[in-house]
Design a binder for this molecule. Structure first.
Ligand SMILES: [Mn+2]
Length: 319
């Protein structure tokens, strides 16, 4: 795919002088002094009924060729003097689920040096425990997971203890991440969960959940969510299951659900975590991307959210 050619023949967006096919946003990059790395994890083992998350990361990178490089937040075109690098994707090796998850952790680990900001594209949400595992030696964690906060945009609580007998199902992603002994889990967009998950949300003081049914009805409730993010202290991993957004803007995700966040609510959430004065977003993922065939809206929405993360990361570096 080349930029501009597919959707806006009459309205060319700014074209980078050197558009590199297969790179996120088509940006040329260097192999050294990498500021932001885009990592693709085409993992799919347990998705309920949507198929195709394994093709999601590549589709998202392709769709990113259509994302505008300009964002008024930083006032100039990306890469804005930074080195935004797209790494070769995870090789998918491992014959069991556990081997695959440890392979993903190993693939991610080398980037968690505190200098490079990782933007991980998935793949199903089952990658989350591997993502958390990979953060063990991040300088802000240094083996102590009780410092780590997770902010999760999702339709599902992902707090099941198992699904169909599998404790590492994507439906258990947040529960397995909590097993690392993290400081706190913040969730938004949640609107599909079991009784057991609901009871855990109510009773576990390390979990703060803003249900979509509340935040969509009440501006006050939405503001409370943003205020909650503003007050987080310490390192944050931001995990965006794109099914947290309304199903109408991400119809091709693994398990689309109506009644979700608007695109701008997702962006406000991204903005709030990156600008929280006592917190640092150390990595992010955008997952459950499935290539949408008719109109590539799902993968484009995912590409825009990943780009917003990069923009707000760069903004936090330059402020
Ligand atoms: Mn999820």
């Amino acid at each position: 795919m080349t930029p501009n050619s597919q959707y806006h023949n009459d309205l060319p967006r700014f074209v980078a002088e050197e558009f590199v096919e297969g790179n996120f946003l088509g940006l040329p990059s260097r192999d050294d002094d990498i500021d932001v790395v885009v990592l693709q994890v085409p993992y799919e083992l347990t998705t309920s009924y949507g198929q195709g998350t394994a093709q999601g990361p590549a589709a998202c990178v392709a769709a990113s060729g259509q994302v505008e490089l300009f964002d008024p937040i930083i006032g100039e075109d990306l890469p804005a003097g930074y080195n935004i690098h797209t790494a070769p994707e995870w090789d998918g090796e491992g014959s069991t689920l556990q081997q695959q998850l440890s392979g993903i952790s190993k693939y991610l680990k080398e980037w968690n040096n505190g200098k490079t900001f990782p933007v991980i594209l998935g793949g199903e949400h089952g990658i989350l425990p591997a993502v958390i595992d990979s953060l063990a030696e991040h300088p802000t964690i240094a083996g102590d997971y009780s410092k780590l906060n997770i902010v999760q945009i999702d339709a599902h609580a992902d707090l099941r203890e198992e699904l169909d007998g599998e404790p590492f199902s994507h439906a258990c992603a947040a529960a397995r991440a909590m097993d690392y002994g993290i400081k706190h889990l913040y969730q938004v967009g949640i609107r599909a969960f079991s009784k057991q998950e609901y009871e855990r949300i109510i009773s576990d003081d390390k979990i703060t959940t803003f249900f979509a049914s509340d935040t969509l009805k009440s501006d006050t409730k939405w503001q409370q969510w943003l205020d909650t993010l503003h007050n987080i202290e310490g390192p944050i991993h931001l995990t965006i299951d794109i099914d947290g957004l309304d199903g109408s803007i991400v119809p091709a995700t693994g398990t689309p659900v109506p009644g979700g966040l608007s695109f701008w609510q997702a962006v406000e959430t991204i903005q709030a975590v990156f600008t929280a004065p006592k917190a640092t977003v150390i990595s992010m993922d955008v997952n459950e991307i499935v290539p949408q065939q008719d109109t590539p809206l799902t993968q484009f929405t995912a590409a825009m959210l990943a780009t917003k993360g990069i923009v707000y990361h760069i903004n936090s570096k330059t402020e």
